[in-house]
Design a protein around this ligand. Structure first.
Ligand code: NAI
Length: 212
């Protein structure tokens, strides 16, 4: 089944399935039933069966799922069998933390360049990469063809930089700024991340428990 036909809510659950299956694989599991997987993940067995049925027949009645096989298939759907070249704009507090601590390779990306406008940061190293001047962005993109960019720059700079990046061939954004890229460019892939929204959701959970 094509990716387009899989609902967004199923896609949102896939990284979690992938992570759990990886842990099971590391713990020596060969097969697992939908019931056991559901118990471990706090889901229902029918939800799991429905989700996995979206992209093929992985389970066998009575035998459960082959852990490594299912992990590999989900990895393929998530594009983790490839390494999309990615760059980071903005090596401030958030950008540095992301560049230093995220395991890009196991998430389907290869972080190949970091750019900032602050002359004090240019030349500093984060892991194996040096921070480049934003002036080098176009030449870098022409040579290395990054397909994805992480935006950790001030909101006011986001629109201009995003336009430039799109004109240089970037077609996917992991956007931490509060600029809504998707409004302008329906054809680029955008994943907005708002830690504040997640924190607000936690607040809701606390308060809805209080109200019970
Ligand atoms: P920061 O001020 O520490 O870092 C911003 C960096 O961007 C600076 O190093 C600055 O020199 C650089 N910069 C400015 N204009 C640039 C340009 N045109 N091109 C390249 N680099 C440029 O800020 P911080 O705390 O790292 O936050 C970065 C962005 O992420 C802000 O827009 C902030 O609002 C947002 N943010 C979003 C969160 C979320 O959950 N979505 C959480 C925290 C921050």
């Amino acid at each position: 089944m094509s990716k387009n036909a899989i609902s967004n809510s199923v896609i949102r659950r896939l990284p979690r399935y992938y992570r759990f299956l990886g842990e099971l694989e590391n713990n020596g599991y060969i097969r697992i039933s939908s019931r056991e997987l559901a118990e471990k993940m706090g889901l229902t067995a029918s939800q799991i069966r429905q989700d996995f049925n979206c992209f093929g027949e992985f389970g066998q009645q009575g035998y459960g799922y082959n852990v490594s096989g299912l992990k590999m298939e989900i990895g393929k759907i998530l594009g983790l069998d490839k390494q999309t070249p990615m760059i980071l704009l903005g090596a401030g507090n958030l950008g540095r933390a992301i560049a230093a601590h995220l395991d890009f390779k196991n998430r389907g990306f290869d972080l190949i360049g970091i750019f900032d406008t602050n002359p004090d940061l240019i030349g500093m190293e984060i892991g194996e990469l040096k921070i480049n001047s934003i002036d080098q962005l176009e030449a870098f993109c022409n040579e290395h063809h990054p397909e994805a960019a992480i935006l950790c720059i001030p909101k006011e700079a986001a629109a201009v930089q995003a336009e430039k990046l799109i004109s240089y061939g970037v077609h996917a954004f992991w956007n931490f700024t509060h600029y809504d890229l998707r409004l302008e460019h329906k054809d680029v892939a955008v994943e907005n991340v708002h830690l504040g929204d997640s924190l607000t959701t936690l607040s809701y959970c606390i308060n809805s428990n209080d109200n019970k």
